[in-house]
Ligand binder design. Structure first.
Ligand code: AVJ
Length: 313
């Protein structure tokens, strides 16, 4: 039994508002569900960011040419399937080294050998570890540029996002850049369907965390007695996903029993949305200054280039 997983789950379910950390969504099945989410019509973030990246990368190339930066080391945080880095590498020819940082190494090794085939000139490194913490990374003579696509930063509380950005700065070093995807605040009529899709894939993704607890931590959740919910909390600027108990029930996990009232929820994920200027303020608190912002049509998604600056530190 994975004791860290167990302790996180027990601690979360002992809270007055029961909660589970969203990082546990991504076992093999959960990652497959997430890939399906990315193909849904309602889930605009994936395809919007992917569609914007070639243009961003072309402009980055000109930007770095003007700045006389001829060699870049691209460092992806939480690299999963490496879909997003490809359009960047295709355009940004001064990248000569790619470093993929991730917790789970397996999925990544396969994806990185595909990448090696597509980009034979590129030096590729896979570094396994908790990328939310400062990491020891060999910095080459190239200029480091972090890459954190997908608006994954939205899973952090805003204060944790500042901490993450500080740590990323420590990992990348003094003269560095960070390219990051940020989902923007918008009408709930667009936001909520993205997390409540008509095919029910997001519901399966959400409930998979219970399946995982049942299998790995000797739990006995009855999946039919919980329903998926996702609402936009406008005041806090975040999508909240929950699993709501349909009845009064008791669930046991590794021998510990938990009571659920009818209608009580487990809070499984936050996905924070930011106005671009709001995010810039957050980044500047972590020692990063905004260099450029690219907005997709109607401002539904933003990609930002940050530069590590002495001001604010
Ligand atoms: C991978 C965290 C960016 O918040 O949109 C998708 C996860 N959850 N559908 C997001 C997710 C439900 C996704 N991130």
């Amino acid at each position: 039994m994975d004791h860290v997983f167990l302790q996180d789950v027990l601690a979360g379910l002992r809270l007055p508002q029961k909660a589970l950390p969203p990082k546990y969504f991504y076992d093999q099945q959960g990652s497959a569900y997430f890939d399906q989410i990315c193909q849904l019509d309602e889930y605009y973030p994936y395809r919007t960011e992917l569609g914007l990246l070639p243009e961003v990368a072309r402009e980055l190339k000109h930007y770095f040419e003007r700045a006389s930066v001829s060699s870049l080391q691209l460092v992806e945080f939480g690299a999963g399937s490496l879909h997003k880095v490809k359009p960047v590498l295709e355009e940004l020819s001064m990248v000569d080294e790619f470093v993929a940082l991730d917790i789970s190494g397996e999925h990544l090794k396969e994806a990185s050998s595909d990448l090696a085939e597509a980009f034979p000139q590129l030096t590729i490194k896979v570094v396994q570890g908790d990328f939310t913490q400062p990491m020891q990374m060999e910095l080459s003579s190239a200029t480091p540029m972090g890459f954190f696509p997908g608006s994954t930063i939205g899973n952090f509380e805003p204060e944790e996002a500042v901490e993450f950005l500080c740590n990323a700065g420590t990992t990348l070093g003094e003269e560095s850049y960070l390219l990051l995807g940020v989902d923007t605040k918008k009408d709930r009529a667009i936001l909520e369907p993205a997390y409540n899709d008509s095919k029910g894939v997001t519901a399966l993704f959400n409930k998979n965390i219970l399946t995982r607890i049942n299998r790995e931590l000797d739990g006995n959740f009855d999946l039919d007695q919980f329903e998926h919910t996702a609402i936009y909390n406008q005041q806090l600027g975040r999508i909240e996903m929950h699993l709501r108990s349909l009845t009064k029930q008791e669930v046991s996990i590794a021998g510990e029993r938990f009571q659920f009232a009818e209608g009580e929820t487990i809070h499984t994920e936050n996905s924070y949305k930011y106005h671009p200027e709001e995010f810039e303020r957050l980044a500047s608190r972590a020692g990063w200054s905004p260099e450029s912002v690219w907005l997709a049509a109607d401002g539904i998604f933003a990609i930002m280039l940050l530069r590590r600056s002495a001001a604010g530190r």
